[in-house]
Design a protein around this ligand. Structure first.
Ligand code: NDP
Length: 296
């Protein structure tokens, strides 16, 4: 069983690749760079999906919260293209396969930024969203671009909370500050922060390949809903560091510009009805358990 992973060199993609191999899948990455066990986007465009590919996963995407990159029209275009165009390309090559050769599943990631930030409202997969700001519209276009529109290939959209893991994402960005005792909540810290442990999201992708009941949108979030302050306090406590500082929203907006600062300064309460219905077992249901595992 062979899986093509676009973005398989990244934080989520590399753990996903390892986990898939552990479960006996063969993997091949799509990358911008020539690498071992991978093909480039040009190869994919010219030669189509490698023979014998049973499933395709897209976890590619330019890092939106790269503090070194200014939020210019050019960078925004990169952010869009690396998600929407990669999905479009994958759908195109999937549709070029003969119906017998078509991968059985196309699973693509998206984000909970789809839902409008709100302190009270609880969102599940049936809630509306995807049209209130740049990032929510990006999620809509990203998800739309992943639709194969064909009975041979099952579509799964994994709408993910912040992914917590060792070698990338928010933990890697924040670890040095927390280690130095400079861990700080963002603004009031009352904004909610939907999250999931990296092993748990990889497990959702793997189950999505195996189980035909996995279709459509699945929110990938841990059951414990936390605020930014609860996350900050737990992170600092487990490192035995103080956490009495806070960063005003204006500073985050100054560094990142307000359009992407919303990812940190605002939040939403998100639950996953679909994970419950599908009986997905979560290995790290609480922020305490997840961070303990990551920081050990
Ligand atoms: P990483 O930045 O670690 O990896 C993403 C991969 O995408 C890279 O390895 C890179 O592969 C590829 N990529 C980067 N820029 C571009 C580009 N301009 N064009 C094409 N490909 C590009 O990201 P994560 O693993 O953290 O996230 C993966 C995806 O999941 C992203 O789309 C992200 O928005 C989404 N997501 C992530 C969350 C998180 O908390 N990390 C939460 C919710 C969603 P290569 O260099 O090999 O081409």
């Amino acid at each position: 069983r062979k899986v093509l992973i676009a973005g398989g060199s990244g934080f989520i993609g590399s753990v996903l690749k390892q986990q898939l191999q552990k479960h006996g899948f063969e993997t091949c990455i799509v990358s911008r760079m020539p690498r071992p066990d991978s093909i480039t986007w040009d190869d994919l465009n010219q030669n189509g999906i490698p023979d014998g590919t049973d499933a395709v996963i897209n976890v590619a995407g330019q890092n939106v919260l790269d503090p070194m990159r200014r939020w210019t029209p050019g960078f925004k275009q990169n952010v869009i293209a690396s998600r929407v165009h990669t999905n479009q390309m994958l759908v195109k090559v999937i549709n070029q396969c003969d119906s017998q050769q078509k991968p059985k599943v196309f699973a693509s990631i998206s984000g909970v930024g789809y839902y409008r930030p709100d302190a009270i409202q609880i969102y599940d997969e049936n809630s509306t969203g995807g049209d209130h700001d740049f990032l929510s519209k990006l999620c809509t276009d990203w998800e739309k671009a992943s639709k194969v529109g064909d009975d041979h290939t099952r579509n799964v959209t994994v709408r993910s909370g912040i992914v917590l893991g060792k070698n990338g994402g928010i933990i890697q960005q924040m670890y040095p500050l927390f280690f130095l005792g400079l861990g700080a909540k963002i603004d009031s810290g009352t904004q909610h922060m939907p999250w999931i442990h990296i092993e748990d999201i990889c497990n959702i992708f793997i189950q999505a390949l195996r189980n035909e009941k996995f279709t459509g949108v699945i929110n990938a979030v841990a059951p414990e809903i936390v605020t930014n302050e609860q996350f900050t306090k737990t992170f600092a406590r487990l490192l035995r560091r103080p956490s009495f500082l806070f960063i005003p929203a204006q500073i985050i907006e100054f560094i990142f510009s307000s359009e992407r600062a919303v990812m940190m300064t605002q939040g939403q309460k998100v639950i996953s009805k679909r994970m419950e219905e599908l009986g997905v077992q979560i290995k790290y249901p609480t922020i305490e358990e997840a961070l303990k595992n990551i920081l050990k």
